[in-house]
Design a protein around this ligand. Structure first.
Ligand code: 13P
Ligand code: SF4
Length: 308
């Protein structure tokens, strides 16, 4: 490798020598998205991981997404630039209470958002993402009681969309979306009266009630590209600005700061950097390593979702 090679060139060289694919979530820094073989939402990246045929998946996203890729590719190496890239939804939903719930309620159907640990997935009947959560819940026979976990806002949104009464919802939340204050959204709507409001379903109802469109990360981007409006207030993580500007360069996008960081960035996603990605490809660490039996059990509800 040339001493003058830039870090991006080094990553691309390592990627080809490792027979690796670089998958990036929309919430990654632009410089990571620029190098990726695929940029997508959690469902698209899970599908892309399932269909991959090389040796290494370098997953630039958060740990649960990489775990999903590993479960779908038990014989391949899956690495993440920063092992600490977790998610507040995963942190707020440990496996033991879910195991206990399952023991006490064997006839209930556990629908788990993909933002859960492999251990929680292994206790679940079916996985969903923000893109297909309504369809997944609608696929469950009406007489069955559903436990939806772990996101309370997504769960409440799904319940409103499906009209399902027999649905219990775990009370976890996303530290980014759940803390977007309605007050700041109303101010942005006043400042940009022509702008169309769009939102991720992890936002609270006080925000969602103002949205003309609610959808997963990629669905929000598709909506802005296809919609005739020129301005949008985007109630999600600001990493989506990269694809929005790429695919709708003549439109304007406004983001609203949340109350945690006074920004709209996911602190877990943003732990990944180009430098850490290069080190990860060089050392094949940090690597997702899961017990084979756990992977086998967690694969069942994921495959059920992918088959829908
Ligand atoms: P998507 O399913 O839209 O990728 O969302 C994942 C996520 O973590 C949102 O905060
Ligand atoms: Fe988790 Fe929220 Fe970050 Fe998405 S934005 S990874 S839900 S903490």
């Amino acid at each position: 490798m040339l001493a003058t090679a830039t870090i991006a060139e080094e990553i691309l060289d390592l990627k080809s020598s490792r027979r690796a694919i670089l998958l990036a979530h929309h919430y990654q820094e632009a410089e990571i998205q620029e190098l990726a073989d695929a940029v997508g939402d959690s469902l698209e990246l899970a599908r892309r991981a399932r269909d991959f045929e090389g040796d290494v998946i370098a997953f630039c996203g958060v740990w649960f997404m990489a775990e999903t890729a590993k479960i779908l590719n038990p014989d391949r190496t899956v690495i993440v630039p920063d092992k600490a890239a977790s998610c507040s939804l995963v942190e707020g939903c440990p496996a033991e209470p879910i195991r206990e719930y399952r023991r006490r309620n064997p006839d209930h159907v556990i629908v788990s958002y993909i933002n859960t640990s492999a251990e929680v997935k292994a206790e679940s009947d079916i996985i969903c993402t923000s893109r297909n959560a309504v369809d997944v819940v609608n696929s469950i026979p009406a007489h069955k009681t559903v436990l939806f976990l772990p996101d309370r806002n997504l769960g409440a949104y799904v319940q409103r969309q499906t009209g399902r009464a027999n649905m219990k919802i775990w009370q976890g939340s996303c530290i980014v979306h759940a803390t977007f204050p309605q007050r700041r959204l109303l101010e942005a709507m006043k400042t940009h009266p022509e702008a169309v409001v769009i939102a991720h379903p992890e936002c609270p109802e006080s925000v969602l009630q103002h949205a003309a469109f609610i959808g997963s990360t990629s669905a929000l981007i598709d909506f802005c590209v296809k919609n005739a409006a020129r301005e949008f207030i985007v109630m999600t993580e600001s990493g989506v600005a990269f694809s929005l500007q790429k695919y709708a360069p003549n439109k304007k996008f406004y983001f609203v700061a949340n109350e945690n960081c006074n920004c709209s960035e996911c602190p877990y996603m943003r732990l990944n950097t180009l430098e850490k990605l290069r080190e990860a490809l060089l050392n094949l660490e940090p690597r997702v390593d899961l017990d084979p039996e756990l992977m086998r059990r967690a694969a069942v509800p994921i495959e059920r979702m992918l088959a829908l």
